[in-house]
Structure formats: C-alpha cells, structure tokens
Design a protein around this ligand. Sequence first.
Ligand SMILES: [Zn+2]
Length: 370
Amino acid sequence: MKRILMGTCGLLLVLVIVFACGSPTSVSNDVDYNRYLYSHGIYGYTGKQPIFFCNNYLYSIDDNESHMLRKVCKRANCNHSDSTCSAWLDTDSIYVQNGRIYYISSDKLNHYALYHCNEHGEDRKRVCALPFLDVSGAGFSWRLCGSIVVFDISYWSLDGISQDILYLDLDHLNKDATIAFHSESEIVHSYVAPETNGSWIIVKSYDLLTKECSLLGYSLATNETVTISSEWNKLNILVLLPETMNWFSPGDGFYSLDLHTMASRKLWDCKIRGFAMFDDSYIYISNANNIINYENAFGTEETQGLYIYTYEGHLQSFLPFADEVQIAGYLGSSPQKVFFMKARGSLLPSWYIDKEKIGTSSITFHEIKQ
Ligand SMILES: [Zn+2]
C-alpha cells in the first residue's frame, strides 16, 4: 500500500504542476501511465516498458531503432506459438500495476482466480479466488486500480438479465466482494463502462426506456452513491485520476471535476469533434468521420488527423491522417512515447509518436513493425 500511496502522491504533484504552470510538465517516472487508459485490458506500462495484449499473447516493443513488436517470452528454445510459451495467457484482458501483469483465468474445474506474473509472463502467482464469477450464465469485465478490483458482471437466466457492479479490496481479502450497483433487468436499465481510481467507482447509467444517460459515483469510503450528472453525453470520454475526473465533450470542450467538492468547471472550449484521451502532459484528439459517424461532419478531409493540446488548450501539434496512417486511435502512453492503433482490426499498436517531438516540426507517426 505504501508504494501505491507514493505513486499517487507523485501523480498528484505532476498534476498540480500541469495546472499551475500552464505548460506541459517534464516527464516524471512517478506518473502511473496505467491510469490513462481508453481501451481497457490491452495496454499497460510496467515502469520500464509498455505491454500490449492481443489474442492471448503479451507483447512489448524493442527500444532500439527497429521498433519491432515482440512477444515477451525470453526462452531461447521456445517457438512462441502455443500455450507453453510464457507470453501466452489464458485470459481476455490484463492490467499492469507495480511492474506486475494482472489477469483473470479459470482452472481445470472452471474456478476463476486473479493472478499476476512478471513482464516476461513468468513467476506466475495466484492472488485470490473469485467465486462470484463461478456462476453459469455469467459474463464479466473488470478494472484494477490500487488495491481495488471492480467487476461488471451480467447474469443470464430464465428470469432475464441482471447486473452487478461489485468490487474486491486486495488489501482486505478476508472481506467478501461488495456490490456497488445492481440492476434487476439489464434490458430496461443498465450500468456501462465502470471506471475506478481506487476511491470511487464511476458508471454511466442508462435508462433504456427513456434513453436517458446519467453519470453516477460510488464512494468506497462511505459506500454512498451520488449523481454526478443527470444528463451525461454518452460520447464523453472520462479519465479518473486520484483527485479529479476529467472529460472531453466532443464539439464542446474539456471539463474537470473535483472529487472532494464535486464541483466541475470547464477548462476550455474546443469545437473539434472526435475521440480525446489524456496522459499526464497532453490531450490527444483523433478525429475522422470513420471513427464516429456524427450528425455534423468534421468538415474537410484536411482537418482530419491527430490534434495534440496542452491541458490549457494550446495546440502543440497537428498530424494529418495521410494515406499510410489512415486513422490512428490512442492506445496508451509511456514516458517517451504515445502509441496508436488502427481504428479497426488489430488491437496491437501500429504507430507511435515521440513525446519530446511534440510541438516541433519533426513530429511524425513512426510505424511499429509487427
Ligand atoms: Zn515463447
């Protein structure tokens, strides 16, 4: 827990600098890049290297000029092509924390458990059993932040579909999982896209009859639920940090909410429509008609590309989507690089940009060889 707290403090410090100085902060090793995820379960950063997960295999990238994607297995006599390879995991998604790769798998008796392994897929250890997943007709996704693991579980039965958003505290494994949100009929009402920062669980709440969407927060400190916004734009993409929740509202602007006071404020106006993701230093907006088919078009093809802004709304770089980079979607960040993937197809990274080149004329998409 101490290491987690220290990491959190480091991140807070960086954020304070970002907001106070009005310019991108220098890269700090204390930043936890595992908090800046848009696509959950396919990217993590160990503190030394990025980890990518696709079709059961763990990959990383050579840090030399070739930038080849490679499976993380280090065994010389392995052909890296079956489940005996240490890069192979019997799971759907991964999270990285404190240099360890966490995953959920089931044993021969179909009992689910949480495990972790090192950056080569070795030294595999079982953390705890997950008996609430051992239910026939259950489907789930999960998130990990700090000691908190959040599960989004749907149960199919003859009576219909129900849903639980529940969490486990890895620091208190003697306690049972706690239900934060429950829906009796996922057909009428459902919770979508839970996020956690270790203190809060935030979910979008859909009423499928009225088509209304609200944003709810569950405090792990008080076990109380609060309505953060009763009218939430379902296209908003949020990033949950230790003290704040930041989000981009397409065609509108950037917002930040203080999780202590629950007061929100608009950071700046932004008329661009598209997907936006943030890391500790920059905001990356990827806009192209093919990603989301908005009612209002983006305008001319010349304005479609990757926009990189500071947190204060200063445009640093614009990279048009040229023929070789048709559409790039944010995948994840590391201290040196930002990784992008194709809008459709493989979940592996196809390009990266050098963060130190942001704001210079030499910034470009570099291809990652697969
Ligand atoms: Zn191998």
